[in-house]
Write a protein that binds this ligand. Structure first.
Ligand SMILES: [Zn+2]
Length: 164
């Protein structure tokens, strides 16, 4: 079976940056499973996987525009330290969801000054060109429940959950 919209695809991969540093991986003992064609992976990866055969191994280089985006200055916010009172101690590296006027953004505390906490909503891989080695290890039809939810279920999926 080939990778196509509404198939559940399992892959193993390594992800490296332009200097060859390993950023992320999934090996045969714990492959990544996802529902193809509905935007669950970054655009460049879905494009590269489309129409691949089960068992196929390939390399792909994904520019930031089709990966985790370009670094955006507008995703840097300065917040009053008072706002963090209920969170207790604020440290660099703390992550939380910031409610902006029209969005929810996962941000990371990048700096703390006297009365100000500076947070960054850019993805940590923003601006990075991504070097993937990918092997397709399974392709199957999605179940009706998976299609309804818009994600894969079962081992390897990010949504290995009970829906009651
Ligand atoms: Zn679900």
């Amino acid at each position: 079976m080939k990778v196509a919209k509404n198939t559940v695809v399992s892959i193993t991969y390594t992800l490296k940056d332009s200097e060859g540093n390993l950023i992320d991986s999934a090996d045969a003992s714990d492959p990544l499973a996802y529902l193809h064609g509905v935007g669950n992976l970054i655009p460049g990866m879905e494009k590269a996987l489309d129409d691949r055969d089960n068992g196929e191994t390939f390399q792909v280089v994904i520019p930031p525009e089709e990966g985790y985006g370009m670094f955006d200055e507008e995703l840097i916010w300065e917040l009053e330290k008072d706002q963090f009172a209920e969170l207790g101690e604020v440290e660099e590296g703390l992550q939380f969801v910031l409610e902006t006027e029209d969005d929810q953004v996962l941000v990371t505390v990048v700096d703390i000054k006297d009365d100000v906490v500076i947070v960054d909503g850019n993805h940590e891989l923003a601006d990075e060109t991504l070097y993937f080695d990918i092997t397709v290890v399974d392709v199957r039809e999605a179940t009706p429940e998976e299609l309804e939810h818009g994600h894969a279920h079962g081992p390897g999926s990010a949504h290995d959950h009970d829906h009651g």
